[in-house]
Design a protein around this ligand. Structure first.
Ligand code: ZN
Length: 157
């Protein structure tokens, strides 16, 4: 199933600029930024840190950022959005694949770009709102007994 022809997205951080202050961006360890960096996480950090608090981590073992740079406010919004979004598939309300398709539809982006790490404030808030609506609805549906889908066992407690 290896598609050799698949275009490899090269990532070049040289031209990367902080979206908040326009500063250059440094690739560095998260030491001193994360309270606990036992995993040795690497980040792209605004050169004006800590005055400008924008950064993004990379996928472990690569230099590819997991999304776009974000300041404190956006990072916590994304965390919240991810929390609610994850509930959509963790609760079994929909499959993970369907959840990402739903996300793509909500943010009007192709599936390949449907990642919370790419979202700005507006879409984070929208994802939080829409996820909560669905979760509310699913809770109501769940009060009616229905066939349980077994998901690797220990899901329900
Ligand atoms: Zn900056």
């Amino acid at each position: 199933m290896n598609k050799q022809k698949k275009k490899r997205k090269g990532f070049n951080a040289d031209g990367m600029r902080c979206p908040y202050c326009g500063g250059t961006v440094q690739y560095r360890s998260a030491d001193g930024i994360y309270q606990d960096n036992q995993k040795g996480t690497m980040l792209y950090v605004c050169s004006h840190y800590p005055e400008c608090d924008a950064y993004v981590r990379v996928h472990a073992g690569t230099k590819i950022p997991v999304g776009s740079m974000a300041n404190h406010e956006l990072r916590s919004l994304r965390r919240t959005a991810h929390h609610y979004f994850d509930q959509l598939h963790l609760t079994g309300y929909m499959s993970k694949q369907d959840a990402y398709q739903w996300l793509a539809d909500i943010i009007c982006a192709p599936l390949s770009e449907a990642h919370i790490g790419h979202l700005g404030e507006y879409y984070c808030k929208l994802v939080i709102e829409e996820s909560r609506k669905l979760l509310d609805r699913s809770r109501r549906v769940k009060s009616i007994p229905r066939i349980q889908v077994l998901q690797g066992g220990a899901a329900a407690s």
